[in-house]
Structures are given as C-alpha cells and as structure tokens.
Design a protein around this ligand. Sequence first.
Ligand code: NAP
Length: 241
Amino acid sequence: MNYALITGAGRGIGRAIAERLARDGYTVIINYHSNTAAAEATKAAIEAEGGKAELLPFDVADSQAIESALNAWDAAHEGEHISVLVNNAGIRRDGLLVFMNEQDWHDVLDTTAEGFYYVTHHVLPAMLRARNGRIVNITSISGISGLPGQVNYSAAKAALIGATKALSKEVAARKVTVNAVAPGFICTDMTADLDEAELKKTIPAGRFGKPEEVAALVSFLCSDEAAYITGQVISIAGGMG
Ligand code: NAP
C-alpha cells in the first residue's frame, strides 16, 4: 500500500491535497489539530469516491504528540511506510512586528518550522531505506517576498524554503525528492477574513486561487514523472511575486 501523510488535511488546501492524492491511488493519512468534524468530512468525501483514508490527529508543534501518534501508526502498519509527506499545516497570526507579542511569534514559527522538523524527522528514515519518497512543503509567497504584517509568517515560510533546499541535497541520491510549493492567495478559511475584492486587484490573474489548483501541482510533484525535480520552490500565485 502507498501511504501519503498530509498535515492539516481537515480543511482548505490540505483537504484538497488529500482528496487528490487519494484519487492518485494513495491511502491518505489525514492529520489535523482540533477540528474533528472537518477531518471526518474529508475522510467521508474520499471514501465516497472509492478512496482510502485514515485519521491521525496531532499538533505539529508538539514533538511528544507527534512521536506518540506516528509510533502508534508504525506499530499498526508493520512492514508499511509513508512514501509521501506533505507538510501543509500552518497558521497566521498577523500584526506589525512592533506590536507582535511573543506568543504570536512562537505559535507561527512552531507550527511551520518545528512542525516540519518533527514530522519529517520521523518519516524520512523509512523513505531513505526504501530509496523512494516525496516530501512537499507548503510555503507561501510571503516566505519569498516578505509581506508587511506577516514578519512571523514570512520568517516561518522562508525557513521552510531553506530547509527544503538543504534537505533535497542530503537525500537526492536515495531517490527522495523535496520541493516547496508557494501559493499566493487561495480561497480557504485562512483567507476568509481578507478583503478579496481589494486584494485581487493586486493579482495579475485577477482572482484568488482554488485549493484544487494547489493540489494538482502537489500531485504532479509526488508523481514518478517528477523524479528529477528536487530542491525547487514553485509559486502558484496567479502571477504574483
Ligand atoms: P486553513 O484552511 O486554515 O486550514 C489549516 C489546516 O491546518 C487545518 O486542517 C488545521 O487543523 C491544520 N492545522 C493548523 N495548525 C495545526 C497544528 N498545529 N497541527 C496540526 N494541524 C494544524 O489553511 P489553508 O489556507 O488551507 O493553508 C494550508 C497551508 O497553506 C498553510 O501552511 C498555509 O500557511 C499555506 N498557505 C495558504 C495560503 C492561502 O491563501 N490560503 C497561501 C499561502 C500559503 P484543524 O482543522 O484541526 O484546525
């Protein structure tokens, strides 16, 4: 069985990636933090299409929760391993740096950068042993260009880009690819509070993107055809950035 773990797959971009990878034939492992109803709805939607999905809740910023959830998964799936990892879970806590409190700084960094380390560190050894693996990190154009009001988020997403490039060079010889996808504005709960009418004037394509469009790119990066693409940051932003 081919397993794909997608963090933050209960809603938004993660959900679209889970649905797409299930259609590609993976058994998807749906990680989420606290919204069980949304994660169950994702699983039900996949199963309704004939796909396979499992739920695996944990907080990606909590190393002990990750170890215990993934150790339990390993024990329940002897002889199997996760061949695709999409580090997608992320949060925003926007505000100008002069007013930003320590909690908002750490929450965003911990979810994105620490989350990448803990989950990838657990999943990578089996990919290296199998000489087969795909890691896709969901960053943001904010991590490439930097956006005012998002110093914490831009820093976290830039960290993910650096980690992507460095790790790709460590594991390429073992046929594990590591790439980053950098969305612009995508219609999800995360962007629901933004002024879409105003912001889309700044997007050359004149619209926000759809989660399914990001999922299609992730699907390609996880395919056999993408075996020679590694260490790259691919923007999907309607021409922004
Ligand atoms: P979203 O709609 O807010 O969904 C976020 C998902 O991440 C939810 O499933 C949530 O779980 C999960 N999550 C949050 N914190 C978590 C944690 N500590 N541990 C485990 N899961 C956690 O967000 P989205 O718009 O789909 O964003 C997905 C990714 O794309 C993020 O990394 C985001 O930074 C990035 N991105 C988004 C946009 C955009 O315009 N939407 C643009 C660029 C980059 P619960 O459901 O349990 O809360």
